[in-house]
Design a protein around this ligand. Structure first.
Ligand code: PLP
Length: 437
């Protein structure tokens, strides 16, 4: 397949390299399931589905962002790293620089919540420069800061690391897919929230490109073997060491020392004494393995740059100079020149969800799965449990969902606001009632 993006900058191999590079600094997050969430997906689709949740909300800084930040900082020759962000990337750059012995300067809007400024400055030790709360002011100030640092310390001593368009960041974010496909290789799809598209671009690059390169020949081989098995030529295949070859294939794909946990044999078999019969093989599991893992994007209706871009076949940004109203504040960005071609080429579909759906999904995860997630993560959960996904892709059974972040101001959650409004209204009414008595 012709790929329009520059594969010398973002590729499955670079993602794998990033994964090894950042390993000492990040958590290998767990993959967990929640019966009640899987049940929601089952109800939405009408038949059994299982969701596998990759716990990046438990990652350092509470989001996957540390992966891309560490990869980019490690590859940078600069001693001073500048970024403009009020969100998870700011914290990731601040912590990344602290861990790697560099200096971070973070440009933040002056109306940023005090708790975020404090996390970047006090917890992670970055220098914070406050600017007017507009995109233009942020960009202008970070360019000024880079210039100032270059003049002071040397031209190659300071650089800005973009939160989602820097290829080193994209490769770093892709490491989520390397881990997830090792932990749960038989996924039919991975659902990912999209802002600027760095996370999904890294995941799609690894999941699809790696499958094309390494898995396709193995799948063809498996198909031939399955047909032969069904035609009863099993003795020949035993001679060929079928089980060993499939196991080896899985190991090659996932770079493992032992095979991942796919039960493609129906019972425990000693592969050193291959006296298998047709009944020993679990054809259903093998058939699952034939499928390509799809990559599905998730966006709020209020910030649907990827959805619009895919539809138009060209990069469409969220309208400039217009306030974007969504509770999913971490996914308000638009795709950009690095991520658009990758999303266009490798992402199977992008779905949008309403504010109510995002709120419901976020609340459901907190109440039922007992996990603190931010609404930006609720976007992916909302899509993974929506009817629209299974109407378009009825064959999805095992679905990975990236629980991308858990940084949330618990007092500002929409249902808390509603409760507070009710209380305020209620107390106003009781106040009025008291006065009129
Ligand atoms: C928690 C969380 N989820 C998803 C995203 C979207 O990532 P990207 O901008 O790489 O698409 C972000 C970006 O800040 C985030 O912080």
């Amino acid at each position: 397949m012709a790929i329009a993006f520059d594969s010398s900058l973002v590729s499955a191999e670079l993602v794998k390299e990033a994964c090894s590079r950042i390993e000492p600094y990040v958590h290998r997050t767990r993959v967990f399931t929640c019966d009640q969430l899987s049940q929601l997906a089952t109800d939405a689709s009408g038949s059994s589905r299982k969701l596998f949740l990759k716990a990046e909300h438990e990652q350092k800084v509470g989001a996957f962002k540390i992966r891309g930040a560490i990869n980019a900082i490690s590859l940078s020759t600069a001693d001073y790293v500048v970024t403009q962000s009020s969100g998870n990337h700011a914290q990731a750059i601040a912590l990344g620089c602290k861990l790697l012995g560099k200096t971070a300067v973070v440009v933040m809007p002056e109306d940023s919540p005090a708790v975020k400024v404090s996390a970047v400055r006090d917890t992670y030790g970055a220098e914070v420069r406050l600017c007017k709360p507009t995109q233009e002011a942020r960009e202008a100030m970070s360019a000024e800061v880079v210039q100032e640092l270059r003049t002071k310390h040397g031209a190659d001593k300071a650089e800005e690391i973009h939160p989602n368009q820097d290829p080193r960041v994209v490769n770093g974010q892709g490491s989520v897919a390397v881990e997830l496909l090792e932990q749960q290789p038989d996924l039919d799809a991975i659902v990912v929230s999209i802002g600027g598209g760095g996370l999904i671009a890294g995941i799609a690059t690894y999941a699809t490109n790696f499958t094309d390169c390494f898995l396709a020949p193995l799948r063809l081989f498996t198909e031939v073997v399955m047909t032969a098995l069904q035609n009863g030529t099993i003795a020949d295949l035993i001679q060929l060491g079928f089980a060993d070859l499939v196991l080896l294939g899985m190991q090659v794909r996932h770079g493992l020392n032992s095979a991942p946990n796919i039960d493609f044999r129906s019972k425990q078999m000693d592969i050193t004494k291959p006296n298998y019969t047709h009944g020993d093989f679990n054809f259903e599991a093998l058939a699952v393995w034939q499928q390509q893992t799809k990559v599905i994007g998730a966006e709020p209706e209020a910030a649907k740059s990827a959805y619009m871009s895919k539809k138009a076949g060209m990069l469409v940004k969220n309208p400039p100079n217009t306030a974007i109203h969504t509770i999913a504040d971490s996914v308000k960005s638009s795709l950009g020149p690095t991520t658009y071609p990758i999303v266009q080429e490798l992402v199977d579909a992008v779905f949008i969800v309403s504010e109510q759906e995002i709120e419901d999904a976020t609340k459901f995860v907190m109440e039922r799965a007992k996990q603190v997630i931010e609404p930006g993560c609720g976007v992916a959960v909302a899509v993974a449990t929506s009817k629209q996904l299974y109407e378009q892709f009825p064959d999805l059974r095992n679905i990975g969902v990236i629980m991308c972040g858990g940084n949330v101001d618990l007092t500002q959650l929409p249902w808390m606001r509603t409760k507070r409004q009710l209380e305020e209204n209620g107390s106003e009414q009781s106040l009025k009632a008291t006065k009129t008595q």
